[in-house]
Design a protein around this ligand. Sequence first.
Ligand code: MN
Length: 305
Amino acid sequence: MADTKVEVLTPRDVPLGGPRAMTVRRTLPQRARTLIGAWCFADHYGPDPVAATGGMDVAPHPHIGLQTVSWLFSGEIEHRDSLGSHAAVRPGEINLMTGGHGIAHSEVSTPDTTLLHGVQLWVALPDAHRDTPRAFAHHVPAPVRVDGAELRVFLGTLAGDTSPVPTFTPLLGAEILLDPGASVTLDTDPEFEHGLLVDEGDVTLDGTPLRPAELGCTAPGRAALTLANTSPRRARAVLLGGPPFGEEIVMWWNFIARTDAEIRQAREDWAAASDRFGTVTGYPGDRLPAPELPTTPLKPRRNPK
Ligand code: MN
């Protein structure tokens, strides 16, 4: 018998850093949940008037053991990384950066951006692939129309559409626009757990109401999910999914590893400007220094039972 509850995670506000400190709403990780499938980090931001917030300006910083997914609803971000990628992140286009053994990148909202609105997500790499070489992928999913909704499947398969972007574990990532008053039932993989991050509108997930910025989570065992928009306006949400990630991870700053020692090594490598991370060219400013590590060892985490 599948667990039929929808667990509702509320976000906390986190300043992103930078001169004027744009704030994001973070739903993953938190005490109640570390991962949904391999999804291990979910930041939701905007719509932010850039004239007031200063927009996004994240100086070059490193990653290991994870992939970053940038998905925008409005605005544009200039991405530069140590592979030499110089890409425009635009609404409806997935930019997937693989950190693997080590990468560095910067993210800056473009001068033409007036409203910045989207999500920044991380995927934990499984042990067998977490030292993979750095990589960057881009894809523009064609919108898929079903009765009551329009979907953009940026990773995995939903509503008959499959993203061509390869992943290291089975994953689902899709933007869903729900028509006013619509109720939509989508077939899902029963081996997946899911998280529905509501951006705007009054949405229910299998009958459980979710407010904007909340993440509704379901356990494996469901062959379908029903999303309903109870408001007279269009609603928007992002559906994430994957089979439970069976490994414990150690997360600190921009690193995902398996042990405290690996994290300390990565911090040291970044501080020493090691080739491990490469160099980001074209960013007008200094790279981000790593924060101080806690003196006590970092502990591995998994989802609480
Ligand atoms: Mn980053």
